[in-house]
Ligand binder design. Structure first.
Ligand SMILES: [Zn+2]
Ligand SMILES: [Zn+2]
Length: 378
């Protein structure tokens, strides 16, 4: 689709002031607003065009750039098809991307490239949050991606069925033109046809001439067991459809693992803090702890267990990605000091204190011995 001059779109003179632009924009926007023209794709395309023109001209910096370079200052795929980014800085970098081509990598896909305007589809990012249990077991996830696919009405050409695009006269169908910019002579995408080499005079109504329509696709993605937080899964060619026969982009699945209320994960190991009473710690005992596989396991605590003591449960951690190995689970006990004592409990503890000796408290005995050494010994 040929890019019409922004001033022409708004029907204003080139020296119109801000107020004149606004009045013209309002009038046209009212007329072509999608709410007023339900189902009318031509009006919708027109509405987008009006918006794009106004967004550019109302900004003095962009207007100056447009007056100087025309549409080339904001090169991108085509009007109507995509939202107008309107970012001048990124538009300039687009021009450089065009020069360096694929070298830049990570192409956003809404930019025309050489070769008759074939354009690679945009890469898509899909964020997914899974639980630790799901990361443990792995899962098959259903991913619903709204994506642009080739329009079936026009087979992706953008031209109304039965009509044919015309060869662009600005670039004679090459899609590229040479222009001097400062010291450089730069070959860049043809501003008239947006690099397609042809102009669609009769756009397809279904896709407004872009050749693509948005559709939700459902993909089955298998998430392997042991996946870590922040893992990125690349699904080759599952991104947006390319333009005019260009290759499809990729779909990137960004996985995050939800924090767990009981378990902390470090690599393949699982850590779990378990509070135990002073009596269990002193007398020894046993208790059940849940494991990440959904089961539970019994932990035996010997008498005289100190707070912070760790118990290792071999192979009760997370699976190691793409291997048969398993991490371990570590139980860290925290000895809990009793509170809200009854009179009877208090009596018992006081009595206990009276019959206690240094050897009942090995840690503090050692600590006070070190203090004595520090002050010169006794
Ligand atoms: Zn179409
Ligand atoms: Zn052209």
């Amino acid at each position: 689709m040929a890019k019409v001059d922004y001033y022409e779109i708004l029907g204003v003179a080139r020296d119109t002031d801000e107020k004149g632009l606004k009045v013209a924009f309002r009038k046209l926007a009212m007329q072509f607003h999608p709410d007023r023209n339900p189902g009318d794709h031509t009006a919708e395309a027109k509405f987008k065009e009006i918006n794009e023109a106004y967004e550019t001209l109302r900004d003095p910096q962009k207007r100056a750039a447009y007056d100087r370079f025309g549409h080339a200052a904001f090169e991108q795929g085509g009007p109507g098809a995509h939202g107008f980014s309107g970012d001048f800085a990124s538009s300039m970098s687009d021009i450089f991307d065009d020069i360096f081509g694929e070298f830049m990598g990570g192409r956003r896909g809404q930019r025309p490239s050489g070769g008759g305007g074939r354009e690679r589809g945009a890469d898509l990012r899909y964020n997914m949050e899974i639980t630790l249990e799901e990361a443990y077991a792995g899962k098959t996830a259903e991913v619903r991606v709204p994506t642009k696919i080739a329009c079936d009405a026009c087979s992706g050409t953008g031209a109304k069925p039965g009509s044919h695009p015309k060869v662009c006269t600005t670039c004679d169908g090459h899609g590229r033109v040479r222009a001097a910019q400062g010291f450089f002579s730069i070959e860049r995408t043809c501003p008239t046809c947006g690099g397609r080499g042809e102009i669609i005079t009769d756009p397809c109504e279904k896709c407004a001439g872009s050749g693509r329509v948005t559709q939700e696709r459902t993909l089955q993605v298998s998430i392997p067991a042991g996946i870590e937080d922040g893992t990125r899964i690349r699904l080759s060619s599952e991104g947006e459809a390319g333009l005019r026969g260009g290759p499809a982009g990729d779909l990137y699945l960004f996985l995050s693992v939800k924090p767990h209320s009981l378990f902390q994960r470090e690599g393949a190991d699982i850590f779990c803090r378990v509070p135990i009473s002073i009596t269990t710690a002193a007398l020894g005992g046993q208790f059940d702890v849940p494991t990440v596989d959904g089961g539970k396991t019994r932990v035996k605590v010997p008498e005289g267990t100190q707070t912070g003591k760790q118990f290792r449960l071999k192979s009760k951690g997370m699976p190691v990605l793409r291997s048969k190995e398993m991490g371990d689970m570590y139980i860290q006990v925290v000895v809990e000091t009793p509170s809200k004592l009854s009179r009877r409990q208090r009596e018992l503890l006081e009595e206990f204190e009276q019959v206690s000796s240094e050897e009942n408290n090995p840690e503090s005995a050692g600590f006070f011995a070190r203090i004595r050494d520090f002050f010169g010994g006794a």
